[in-house]
Design a binder for this molecule. Structure first.
Ligand code: F6R
Length: 235
């Protein structure tokens, strides 16, 4: 695990953008694993800026998002589809067919999970996976207790997670209870992983990641067994 401590959110975003730039210059048809939430907004802004400066293009890129809420329409402003459209996809030259996000409205959610997992494999696997981290150590929506062997699956969101994400909804009651998420094993299959964490409330999770052993009670700890992980963090 490589640890990069930064002083500001902006610095974290620029460092992460440098990793994406390097990836896209080396392999213009990269398969990227993407995350939503507060942590990557600055990174996406920077990627859009560099795309507009023609540093790289997304025309051959394929993307797979980590997760999506169950029961939320892609058109809804609270969906991760909308988030990605707003922060990245609408502003770069990615082909619509190359964007993949789990379908939280699929009539058969189990089949949707299998389809999503197969699609990742058929694309050749994820070259660079972006992650945030929950205060409870979740990665994707893999909450404490999730099996390290998990593939894309339907998850029940932890109370902490619903509380943290309620800022994007009119009230906590309206935060969905379920989501589809890549599993921990899915994430571990990515060739390279970057995890972003910024702010005081994330530092306990970062300290635990540094100090504690590997346990399903703290999902991010599994990353210690991955050969190519960079943690970019600061308070
Ligand atoms: C988002 C995701 C989550 C977030 C995590 C941190 O797609 O899978 O694991 O990365 O909850 O969220 P923020 O960045 O909002 O603190």
């Amino acid at each position: 695990m490589r640890w990069i401590e930064v002083d500001t959110y902006q610095e974290m975003s620029l460092k992460a953008a440098d990793c994406f730039e390097q990836q896209l210059l080396q392999k213009p048809d990269s398969v990227l694993g993407l995350a939503t939430g507060g942590s990557p907004i600055g990174l996406y802004e920077e990627l859009v800026k560099r795309y507009k400066q023609r540093v790289f293009s997304f025309s051959q890129v394929k993307t797979f998002n980590l997760d999506e809420y169950v029961g939320v329409s892609p058109a809804d402003v609270t969906s991760y589809h909308s988030y990605m459209e707003e922060h990245l996809f609408s502003q770069v030259d990615i082909e619509k067919n190359d964007i993949h996000i789990p379908n939280g409205l699929a009539p058969n959610l189990q089949e949707e999970c299998v389809r999503y997992e197969q699609l990742i494999l058929q694309s050749g696997g994820i070259d660079l996976q972006l992650l945030g981290i929950g205060v409870n150590g979740h990665i994707g929506f893999n909450e404490p207790g999730t099996s390290f062997q998990s593939k894309t699956h339907v998850v029940t969101l932890a109370d902490d997670t619903r509380a943290a994400n309620s800022i994007y909804f009119p009230s906590k009651q309206e935060v969905p209870e379920y989501a589809i998420s890549m599993g921990i094993e899915t994430i571990m299959q990515a060739k390279e992983i970057i995890l972003l964490a910024f702010g005081e409330q994330k530092m306990r999770a970062i300290e635990r990641l540094k100090q504690e052993g590997i346990s399903e009670d703290f999902p991010a700890s599994r990353l210690k067994e991955h050969p190519n992980v960079t943690i970019i963090y600061g308070r």
